[in-house]
Design a protein around this ligand. Structure first.
Ligand code: TYD
Length: 138
């Protein structure tokens, strides 16, 4: 599986670091929604869903957390611990977020407004969706 990590340009000087993100220019899609997860305890595991259309960049702004990615064939775990790095997650990718350190803040830049219709929350349904998409493309 190809893990798409984007290293945003850092403007560093003696005062610290600054990162600027412009939607189409840096992400390739318009940002329609921003949400963030904080105060998640270390035992917490979140996500457990895929999306049909949504594109997202996940950035761990503070602390660290891990993201399990599952494309229906392979699974990979990505550690996010750098506020200048964004993890791209496109459609048809099951994700779980876990191992949040105390004070971790996970920010998500999303290409669409919230729509429950775009979610696949059942893992068996996700596998079926991937198989059908694969058959359709052959
Ligand atoms: P949920 O989908 O369970 O979060 P996770 O990504 O960790 O699985 O979302 C938690 C609650 O927040 C749920 O009631 C739906 C709501 N929510 C919104 O209203 N807007 C959003 O953009 C998101 C991501 C969630």
């Amino acid at each position: 599986m190809e893990i798409k990590l984007k290293h945003f340009k850092k403007h560093c000087d003696s005062r610290g670091q600054l990162v600027a993100i412009e939607d189409e220019n840096d992400l390739g899609f318009p940002i329609k929604r921003v949400y963030y997860i904080y105060g998640a305890s270390n035992e917490v595991r979140r996500g457990f869903h895929a999306h049909k259309e949504l594109q997202q960049y996940l950035i761990c702004m503070s602390g660290e957390c891990k993201i399990l990615l599952d494309d229906g064939h392979e699974k990979e775990v990505v550690l996010l611990n750098d506020p200048s790095v964004g993890l791209y997650i496109g459609p048809s990718m099951w994700r779980e977020m876990f191992d949040f350190t105390p004070g971790a803040v996970l920010v998500v830049l999303a290409s669409m407004h919230y729509s429950e219709m775009d979610y696949i929350r059942d893992y068996n349904e996700f596998i079926k969706y991937c198989t059908e998409a694969n058959e359709g493309s052959q």
